[in-house]
Design a protein around this ligand. Structure first.
Ligand code: NAP
Length: 287
Protein backbone atom coordinates (compact mmCIF):
# COMPACT_ATOMS: atom_id res chain seq x y z
CA UNK A 1 0.00 0.00 0.00
CA UNK A 2 1.31 3.43 -0.90
CA UNK A 3 -1.49 5.80 0.19
CA UNK A 4 -1.50 7.69 3.47
CA UNK A 5 -4.58 7.07 5.60
CA UNK A 6 -6.87 9.96 6.48
CA UNK A 7 -7.78 9.20 10.08
CA UNK A 8 -11.32 10.51 10.52
CA UNK A 9 -11.56 9.22 14.07
CA UNK A 10 -8.56 11.30 15.14
CA UNK A 11 -9.75 14.43 13.26
CA UNK A 12 -13.26 14.11 14.74
CA UNK A 13 -11.83 13.70 18.25
CA UNK A 14 -9.72 16.84 17.76
CA UNK A 15 -12.73 18.82 16.47
CA UNK A 16 -14.82 17.70 19.43
CA UNK A 17 -12.11 18.64 21.95
CA UNK A 18 -11.77 22.07 20.34
CA UNK A 19 -15.53 22.56 20.46
CA UNK A 20 -15.64 21.75 24.16
CA UNK A 21 -13.31 24.68 24.81
CA UNK A 22 -15.22 26.97 22.43
CA UNK A 23 -18.60 26.08 23.94
CA UNK A 24 -17.28 26.80 27.45
CA UNK A 25 -15.85 30.15 26.30
CA UNK A 26 -19.08 31.14 24.53
CA UNK A 27 -21.13 30.12 27.59
CA UNK A 28 -18.88 32.13 29.91
CA UNK A 29 -18.91 35.20 27.66
CA UNK A 30 -22.63 35.31 26.86
CA UNK A 31 -24.39 33.23 29.54
CA UNK A 32 -25.82 31.14 26.71
CA UNK A 33 -25.37 27.37 26.83
CA UNK A 34 -25.84 26.01 23.29
CA UNK A 35 -28.69 23.48 23.28
CA UNK A 36 -29.50 20.78 20.74
CA UNK A 37 -33.10 19.61 20.30
CA UNK A 38 -33.07 16.25 18.56
CA UNK A 39 -36.60 15.30 17.52
CA UNK A 40 -37.42 11.62 17.17
CA UNK A 41 -40.83 10.46 16.00
CA UNK A 42 -41.50 6.78 16.69
CA UNK A 43 -39.11 4.01 17.66
CA UNK A 44 -37.10 3.05 14.57
CA UNK A 45 -34.17 1.16 16.18
CA UNK A 46 -31.46 2.61 13.91
CA UNK A 47 -32.78 6.15 14.46
CA UNK A 48 -32.83 5.60 18.22
CA UNK A 49 -29.16 4.61 18.14
CA UNK A 50 -28.21 7.65 16.00
CA UNK A 51 -30.15 10.07 18.21
CA UNK A 52 -28.69 8.60 21.42
CA UNK A 53 -25.21 9.09 20.01
CA UNK A 54 -25.92 12.70 18.99
CA UNK A 55 -27.35 13.49 22.43
CA UNK A 56 -24.41 11.91 24.27
CA UNK A 57 -21.90 13.78 22.11
CA UNK A 58 -23.63 17.13 22.56
CA UNK A 59 -23.62 16.73 26.35
CA UNK A 60 -19.93 15.74 26.24
CA UNK A 61 -19.26 19.01 24.37
CA UNK A 62 -20.95 21.00 27.17
CA UNK A 63 -24.26 21.56 25.37
CA UNK A 64 -27.78 21.18 26.76
CA UNK A 65 -29.67 18.06 25.70
CA UNK A 66 -33.17 19.26 24.71
CA UNK A 67 -34.30 15.98 23.14
CA UNK A 68 -37.98 15.52 22.21
CA UNK A 69 -39.63 12.17 21.51
CA UNK A 70 -43.06 11.76 19.96
CA UNK A 71 -45.00 8.51 19.57
CA UNK A 72 -45.06 6.53 16.32
CA UNK A 73 -48.62 7.65 15.61
CA UNK A 74 -48.01 11.39 16.22
CA UNK A 75 -50.02 13.42 13.70
CA UNK A 76 -48.56 15.92 11.24
CA UNK A 77 -50.17 18.70 13.31
CA UNK A 78 -48.55 17.44 16.53
CA UNK A 79 -45.07 17.33 15.01
CA UNK A 80 -45.62 20.75 13.44
CA UNK A 81 -46.67 22.20 16.79
CA UNK A 82 -43.57 20.76 18.48
CA UNK A 83 -41.23 22.14 15.78
CA UNK A 84 -42.85 25.57 15.89
CA UNK A 85 -42.44 25.61 19.68
CA UNK A 86 -38.74 24.73 19.38
CA UNK A 87 -38.29 27.37 16.67
CA UNK A 88 -39.68 30.03 19.03
CA UNK A 89 -37.80 28.82 22.15
CA UNK A 90 -34.68 30.90 22.77
CA UNK A 91 -33.04 28.11 24.84
CA UNK A 92 -32.95 25.93 21.70
CA UNK A 93 -29.90 26.64 19.50
CA UNK A 94 -30.27 23.77 17.06
CA UNK A 95 -33.15 21.60 15.87
CA UNK A 96 -32.53 18.22 14.27
CA UNK A 97 -35.51 16.27 12.97
CA UNK A 98 -34.25 12.68 12.77
CA UNK A 99 -35.08 11.19 9.35
CA UNK A 100 -36.78 9.09 8.18
CA UNK A 101 -40.02 9.98 9.98
CA UNK A 102 -42.97 7.50 9.92
CA UNK A 103 -44.54 7.18 6.47
CA UNK A 104 -47.80 8.97 7.31
CA UNK A 105 -45.87 12.23 7.88
CA UNK A 106 -44.74 14.72 5.23
CA UNK A 107 -41.04 15.01 6.08
CA UNK A 108 -40.24 17.75 3.56
CA UNK A 109 -42.80 20.19 4.93
CA UNK A 110 -41.74 19.42 8.52
CA UNK A 111 -38.07 20.18 7.75
CA UNK A 112 -39.10 23.55 6.32
CA UNK A 113 -40.46 24.60 9.76
CA UNK A 114 -36.90 24.75 11.09
CA UNK A 115 -35.60 28.34 10.89
CA UNK A 116 -32.31 28.67 9.00
CA UNK A 117 -30.44 29.87 12.09
CA UNK A 118 -31.39 26.62 13.93
CA UNK A 119 -31.07 24.27 10.93
CA UNK A 120 -28.10 22.22 12.18
CA UNK A 121 -28.62 19.60 9.44
CA UNK A 122 -28.47 22.32 6.77
CA UNK A 123 -31.27 20.70 4.79
CA UNK A 124 -33.94 23.40 4.56
CA UNK A 125 -34.48 25.23 1.27
CA UNK A 126 -33.21 28.41 2.93
CA UNK A 127 -29.95 26.75 4.04
CA UNK A 128 -29.46 25.19 0.59
CA UNK A 129 -29.94 28.64 -0.97
CA UNK A 130 -27.47 30.28 1.41
CA UNK A 131 -24.90 27.60 0.52
CA UNK A 132 -25.54 28.08 -3.22
CA UNK A 133 -25.02 31.84 -2.82
CA UNK A 134 -22.00 31.28 -0.55
CA UNK A 135 -23.64 33.35 2.19
CA UNK A 136 -23.21 32.62 5.92
CA UNK A 137 -25.41 29.78 7.14
CA UNK A 138 -25.34 26.25 8.47
CA UNK A 139 -23.97 23.60 6.11
CA UNK A 140 -24.93 19.90 5.95
CA UNK A 141 -22.83 17.84 8.37
CA UNK A 142 -21.34 15.01 6.28
CA UNK A 143 -20.25 17.36 3.42
CA UNK A 144 -18.69 19.73 5.99
CA UNK A 145 -16.89 16.73 7.44
CA UNK A 146 -15.38 15.97 4.03
CA UNK A 147 -14.00 19.52 3.81
CA UNK A 148 -12.66 19.33 7.37
CA UNK A 149 -10.79 16.11 6.52
CA UNK A 150 -9.23 17.67 3.40
CA UNK A 151 -8.19 20.75 5.38
CA UNK A 152 -6.82 18.69 8.27
CA UNK A 153 -4.52 16.83 5.86
CA UNK A 154 -3.66 20.06 4.02
CA UNK A 155 -5.00 18.79 0.70
CA UNK A 156 -5.13 21.85 -1.56
CA UNK A 157 -8.73 22.57 -2.63
CA UNK A 158 -8.34 25.85 -4.51
CA UNK A 159 -7.70 25.11 -8.17
CA UNK A 160 -7.93 21.34 -7.67
CA UNK A 161 -9.83 19.19 -10.14
CA UNK A 162 -12.44 17.38 -8.07
CA UNK A 163 -14.88 14.69 -9.17
CA UNK A 164 -17.85 14.18 -6.83
CA UNK A 165 -19.68 10.96 -7.65
CA UNK A 166 -23.30 11.34 -6.52
CA UNK A 167 -25.75 14.25 -6.66
CA UNK A 168 -28.01 13.62 -3.65
CA UNK A 169 -29.37 16.53 -1.61
CA UNK A 170 -27.77 15.05 1.49
CA UNK A 171 -24.20 14.57 0.25
CA UNK A 172 -23.28 14.95 -3.44
CA UNK A 173 -24.78 18.36 -4.23
CA UNK A 174 -23.75 20.14 -1.01
CA UNK A 175 -20.21 18.73 -1.02
CA UNK A 176 -19.81 19.86 -4.64
CA UNK A 177 -21.10 23.33 -3.71
CA UNK A 178 -18.77 23.61 -0.72
CA UNK A 179 -15.84 22.69 -2.98
CA UNK A 180 -16.85 25.25 -5.63
CA UNK A 181 -17.10 27.87 -2.89
CA UNK A 182 -13.49 26.96 -2.03
CA UNK A 183 -12.48 27.55 -5.67
CA UNK A 184 -12.12 23.94 -6.78
CA UNK A 185 -13.02 22.94 -10.34
CA UNK A 186 -15.79 20.46 -9.71
CA UNK A 187 -17.34 17.78 -11.90
CA UNK A 188 -20.47 16.11 -10.54
CA UNK A 189 -20.87 12.55 -11.83
CA UNK A 190 -23.99 10.41 -11.41
CA UNK A 191 -25.70 7.30 -12.74
CA UNK A 192 -25.97 8.70 -16.28
CA UNK A 193 -22.33 9.78 -16.51
CA UNK A 194 -20.49 8.19 -19.44
CA UNK A 195 -17.01 6.75 -19.00
CA UNK A 196 -16.97 7.30 -15.23
CA UNK A 197 -13.50 5.81 -14.77
CA UNK A 198 -12.04 8.16 -17.38
CA UNK A 199 -13.80 11.19 -15.83
CA UNK A 200 -12.41 10.25 -12.40
CA UNK A 201 -8.85 9.70 -13.69
CA UNK A 202 -8.57 13.45 -14.30
CA UNK A 203 -9.24 14.24 -10.64
CA UNK A 204 -6.85 15.44 -7.97
CA UNK A 205 -9.59 14.64 -5.44
CA UNK A 206 -12.37 12.06 -5.76
CA UNK A 207 -15.35 12.20 -3.40
CA UNK A 208 -17.42 9.01 -3.70
CA UNK A 209 -21.01 9.35 -2.41
CA UNK A 210 -22.63 6.72 -4.58
CA UNK A 211 -24.06 3.98 -2.41
CA UNK A 212 -22.57 1.22 -4.60
CA UNK A 213 -20.15 -1.00 -2.70
CA UNK A 214 -16.60 -1.03 -4.10
CA UNK A 215 -17.52 0.82 -7.33
CA UNK A 216 -14.37 2.94 -7.35
CA UNK A 217 -11.42 0.74 -8.28
CA UNK A 218 -7.74 1.53 -8.90
CA UNK A 219 -8.38 2.21 -12.60
CA UNK A 220 -10.51 5.27 -11.61
CA UNK A 221 -7.66 6.91 -9.73
CA UNK A 222 -4.79 9.10 -10.92
CA UNK A 223 -1.58 8.16 -9.06
CA UNK A 224 -1.24 10.37 -5.98
CA UNK A 225 -4.87 11.55 -5.95
CA UNK A 226 -6.85 11.97 -2.71
CA UNK A 227 -9.84 9.64 -2.38
CA UNK A 228 -12.66 10.38 0.08
CA UNK A 229 -15.15 7.55 0.56
CA UNK A 230 -18.53 8.65 1.93
CA UNK A 231 -20.27 5.33 1.23
CA UNK A 232 -21.31 3.01 4.03
CA UNK A 233 -22.26 -0.62 3.44
CA UNK A 234 -22.95 -3.21 6.12
CA UNK A 235 -21.91 -6.77 5.21
CA UNK A 236 -20.93 -10.02 6.89
CA UNK A 237 -17.33 -8.76 7.21
CA UNK A 238 -18.41 -5.45 8.75
CA UNK A 239 -18.53 -1.99 7.20
CA UNK A 240 -17.13 -1.06 3.79
CA UNK A 241 -17.43 1.86 1.39
CA UNK A 242 -17.95 2.85 -2.24
CA UNK A 243 -14.21 2.50 -2.81
CA UNK A 244 -12.28 -0.76 -3.26
CA UNK A 245 -9.93 0.23 -0.46
CA UNK A 246 -7.17 -2.38 -0.96
CA UNK A 247 -6.82 -1.73 -4.70
CA UNK A 248 -7.17 2.06 -4.59
CA UNK A 249 -4.71 2.40 -1.69
CA UNK A 250 -2.01 1.10 -4.08
CA UNK A 251 -2.48 4.12 -6.35
CA UNK A 252 -3.89 7.03 -4.29
CA UNK A 253 -1.82 9.52 -2.32
CA UNK A 254 -4.33 9.77 0.53
CA UNK A 255 -7.45 7.73 1.26
CA UNK A 256 -10.18 7.53 3.89
CA UNK A 257 -10.91 4.09 5.34
CA UNK A 258 -14.41 2.77 6.07
CA UNK A 259 -15.01 2.66 8.97
CA UNK A 260 -12.95 5.44 10.54
CA UNK A 261 -12.95 7.99 7.70
CA UNK A 262 -15.89 10.26 6.89
CA UNK A 263 -18.30 8.50 9.29
CA UNK A 264 -16.98 9.92 12.59
CA UNK A 265 -16.98 13.45 11.12
CA UNK A 266 -20.76 13.72 10.80
CA UNK A 267 -21.52 14.08 14.52
CA UNK A 268 -18.46 16.29 15.07
CA UNK A 269 -19.79 18.70 12.41
CA UNK A 270 -23.29 18.54 13.92
CA UNK A 271 -21.81 19.79 17.19
CA UNK A 272 -19.88 22.50 15.34
CA UNK A 273 -23.15 23.54 13.67
CA UNK A 274 -24.96 23.69 17.02
CA UNK A 275 -22.34 26.05 18.45
CA UNK A 276 -22.39 28.09 15.21
CA UNK A 277 -26.21 28.23 15.44
CA UNK A 278 -26.02 29.61 18.99
CA UNK A 279 -23.46 32.21 17.84
CA UNK A 280 -25.57 33.14 14.82
CA UNK A 281 -28.68 33.67 16.97
CA UNK A 282 -26.64 35.74 19.43
CA UNK A 283 -25.36 37.90 16.53
CA UNK A 284 -28.87 38.27 15.04
CA UNK A 285 -30.31 39.26 18.45
CA UNK A 286 -27.69 42.02 18.71
CA UNK A 287 -28.63 43.58 15.35
P1 NAP B 1 -28.29 8.47 -2.78
O1 NAP B 1 -29.31 9.49 -2.39
O2 NAP B 1 -28.75 7.10 -3.11
O3 NAP B 1 -27.48 9.06 -4.02
C1 NAP B 1 -26.56 8.27 -4.73
C2 NAP B 1 -26.01 9.03 -5.91
O4 NAP B 1 -25.09 8.19 -6.59
C3 NAP B 1 -27.07 9.45 -6.93
O5 NAP B 1 -26.82 10.77 -7.35
C4 NAP B 1 -26.89 8.45 -8.08
O6 NAP B 1 -27.13 8.99 -9.36
C5 NAP B 1 -25.41 8.14 -7.98
N1 NAP B 1 -25.13 6.79 -8.49
C6 NAP B 1 -25.76 5.63 -8.18
N2 NAP B 1 -25.20 4.60 -8.86
C7 NAP B 1 -24.21 5.12 -9.62
C8 NAP B 1 -23.27 4.58 -10.53
N3 NAP B 1 -23.23 3.27 -10.79
N4 NAP B 1 -22.39 5.41 -11.12
C9 NAP B 1 -22.39 6.72 -10.85
N5 NAP B 1 -23.26 7.32 -9.99
C10 NAP B 1 -24.17 6.53 -9.39
O7 NAP B 1 -27.19 8.29 -1.64
P2 NAP B 1 -26.61 9.34 -0.55
O8 NAP B 1 -27.62 9.61 0.49
O9 NAP B 1 -25.95 10.48 -1.24
O10 NAP B 1 -25.48 8.42 0.11
C11 NAP B 1 -24.39 7.90 -0.65
C12 NAP B 1 -23.61 6.93 0.23
O11 NAP B 1 -23.10 7.64 1.37
C13 NAP B 1 -24.45 5.79 0.82
O12 NAP B 1 -23.64 4.63 0.90
C14 NAP B 1 -24.78 6.27 2.23
O13 NAP B 1 -25.00 5.21 3.14
C15 NAP B 1 -23.52 7.04 2.57
N6 NAP B 1 -23.68 8.11 3.57
C16 NAP B 1 -22.72 8.17 4.54
C17 NAP B 1 -22.76 9.18 5.50
C18 NAP B 1 -21.69 9.25 6.52
O14 NAP B 1 -21.85 9.82 7.58
N7 NAP B 1 -20.51 8.70 6.22
C19 NAP B 1 -23.79 10.12 5.47
C20 NAP B 1 -24.75 10.05 4.45
C21 NAP B 1 -24.66 9.03 3.50
P3 NAP B 1 -28.58 9.50 -9.87
O15 NAP B 1 -28.77 10.85 -9.22
O16 NAP B 1 -28.42 9.60 -11.33
O17 NAP B 1 -29.56 8.48 -9.39
Amino acid sequence: MTAGIIDGKAVAARVREGLKTEVAAFHAATGIQPGLATVLVGGDPASEVYVASKRKSSVAAGMADLHQHLADDASQAEVEELLKGLAADSSVSGILLQLPVPKHLDAASLVELIPFEKDVDGLTTMSVGLLAQNKPGLRPCTPSGVIELLDSYEVPIEGANVVVIGRSELVGRPVAQLLVNRNATVTIAHSRTKNLAEVCRGADIIVAAVGVKGLITAEFVKPGATVIDVGIHRGPEGLSGDVDFAGVAEVAGLITPVPGGVGPMTIAMLLANTLRAAQLQHELAAV
